[in-house]
Design a protein around this ligand. Structure first.
Ligand SMILES: O=C(O)CCC(=O)C(=O)O
Ligand SMILES: [Fe+2]
Length: 515
């Protein structure tokens, strides 16, 4: 039987003054979460006006904000509180029974629709452009207000382009983007609104002819505070994803999150303090010297923090796009890697020393190799080795897949070849040996059923890997044999081993887990 369900008509919402009787459709089985389609939510004329205004302002590539292997469509961000208010009142008209009833049953009494996010994203897909399988990110407005449902209006009609359906899946990328996992396909019609749970896996199919436009936002709900308290033993004081972890010199743990904050934790997760100032996700942290942290962010800055005083002591615009990776070099400089394809070297106090140019994609990972050498891993699929004294790239190791993370281990402390581990977007982990400019592959294995987010050597060549299959796996060095596995409720983003011997991991479920 074909796994793709046909659209089923579940309700007539009644006549509004803007047009004929509206039919609300529910394209997905209820158990996957909320998903409703309201045809004719905007008129054709309104859609055309929105497209013309957007084209007039001009689109830019999303490449500075999202890696092309994730999405490669063009987009434009538009802050428009008036449009948000107008669309909200129209939505309330269309669903006189209340939008809250679209939420899963257990959330209905506790969450009230507050607004449509006024930060609209106008997206344009031209031939060859698509948005790979993903879940939508939660937007946290304040501690009691968050987005739960995606709000998306198709502005162009499916008759005007080929491809470009919105695809809904029963599970994440670990189950494959193939047809077997596909539950429904929604053909865009100009003016149709689709509202669905952020957590439903979906994709924007590649457009093969013509142009598709969508208007994208989120529905923000305010919740009763008791709904927001974590119910398990793990810690979740970040609002949304946790990206990265480090152990501080004093034994505490620092974490960086999508909420732009850095949180400092005592052992076992008692919150000690919070450093706020970044306006977007904190993607990397290092301790520059005891008591001073450097952080990098999607907001393009490098910030320095006095941990004891809980104060930002310096902020530098470090790159032309998101800053993705940071490491302390053997010469006590700071290296940062960015979505602008460059690596930059900074003196300890944040003065730019030089830029390292050569990668042709996002620089996701950096690792210090000692002796003034640095290794980088990029979305362009290559590892590069850099001499920091000269700024020259002294070796390049190409692979066939976008790289997301790198770490190094020195098996022989007297200076023998280093071992590098790299993780890629397909779930593959590869060990390399590196002797001066000679980089060779030792072994490569499928570590995860989805992209690898982080590789970290723990001790004695034991490697931890974090995956978008929600798994944390620990591998004995060589040959790579799985010795332990843990899970998170969503993508696992980082893991560190503390000097006490315990491990802490974090992920998109917003949690830090001590094990
Ligand atoms: O274009 C589509 O059909 C899907 C877009 C999407 O998933 C998004 O903007 O989050
Ligand atoms: Fe999406």
């Amino acid at each position: 039987m074909d796994a793709i369900s046909s659209l089923s008509v579940v309700e007539e919402a009644g006549v509004t003054n803007s047009g004929p009787c509206r039919i609300i459709e529910q394209p997905l089985p209820r158990e996957l979460g909320t998903c409703v389609l309201i045809p004719g939510f905007l008129s054709r004329a309104e859609c055309t006006a929105l497209i013309e205004a957007a084209e007039g302002r001009g689109f830019s590539s999303a490449e500075l904000d999202y890696p092309p292997s994730y999405r490669n469509n063009d987009r434009q961000v538009l802050a428009d509180a008036q449009l948000a208010a107008q669309l909200l009142s129209r939505l309330r008209e269309e669903l006189p029974g209340g939008i809250e009833r679209l939420l899963p049953g257990d959330l209905i009494p506790n969450w009230k629709l507050e607004s449509i996010n006024e930060r609209f994203r106008l997206c344009r897909y031209q031939p060859g452009q698509r948005f790979h399988i993903h879940q939508d990110g939660v937007h946290h407005r304040d501690s009691d207000c968050r987005s739960m449902l995606t709000f998306m209006v198709y502005l162009t009609d499916g008759d005007d382009f080929e491809g470009g359906d919105t695809l809904f899946y029963a599970a994440g990328p670990q189950a494959g983007e193939g047809k077997s996992n596909l539950v429904a396909r929604v053909r865009p019609h100009a003016g149709s609104l689709i509202v669905f749970d952020h957590s439903i896996w979906h994709a924007g199919e590649e457009v093969t002819r013509g142009v598709k436009h969508v208007l994208r936002s989120d529905l923000l709900f305010r919740g009763a505070p008791e709904m927001l308290t974590p119910v398990n033993t793990s810690v979740s004081h970040h609002q949304g994803y946790v990206w990265t972890l480090i152990e501080l010199d004093d034994g505490r743990v620092a974490s960086g999150g999508r909420d732009g904050s850095i949180r400092i934790w005592h052992e076992e997760g008692a919150l000690s303090s919070s450093l706020t100032g970044h306006s977007q996700s904190v993607l990397g942290l290092i301790e520059v010297r005891p008591g001073v942290i450097a952080s990098i962010s999607r907001d393009r800055t490098l910030r320095y923090w006095d941990v004891a005083e809980e104060r930002c002591i310096r902020s530098v615009t470090a790159h032309r796009a998101a800053v993705l990776s940071i490491v302390l070099t053997s010469g006590r400089m700071i290296a940062t890697g960015s979505a602008d394809h460059t690596i930059r070297l900074w003196s300890e106090d944040g003065t730019l020393v030089r830029s390292l140019v050569g990668h042709d994609g996002w620089v996701w990972g950096l690792v210090n190799l000692g002796q003034d050498l640095l290794a980088s891993a990029s979305e362009d699929g290559s590892v590069r080795i850099w001499n920091l004294g000269s700024g020259q790239c002294i070796a390049t190791f190409p692979t066939s897949c976008a790289l997301r993370t790198i770490d190094a281990f020195q098996p022989d402390l007297t200076g023998g070849p280093a071992h590098l581990a790299i993780g890629d977007a397909s779930g593959q982990v590869t060990f390399l040996s590196m002797d001066l400019s000679d980089v060779r592959e030792l072994v490569s294995f499928k570590a995860h059923d989805a992209a690898v987010r982080r590789v970290r050597f723990l001790h004695d060549g034991v490697l931890a890997t974090c995956g978008e299959d929600n798994r944390l796996r620990i591998w004995s060095g060589n040959p790579s044999e799985l010795i332990h596995e843990d899970t998170h409720g969503n993508f696992v983003t980082d893991v560190i081993e503390l000097r006490s011997g315990s491990r802490v991991s974090c992920g998109y479920d917003g949690e830090l887990r001590w094990r």
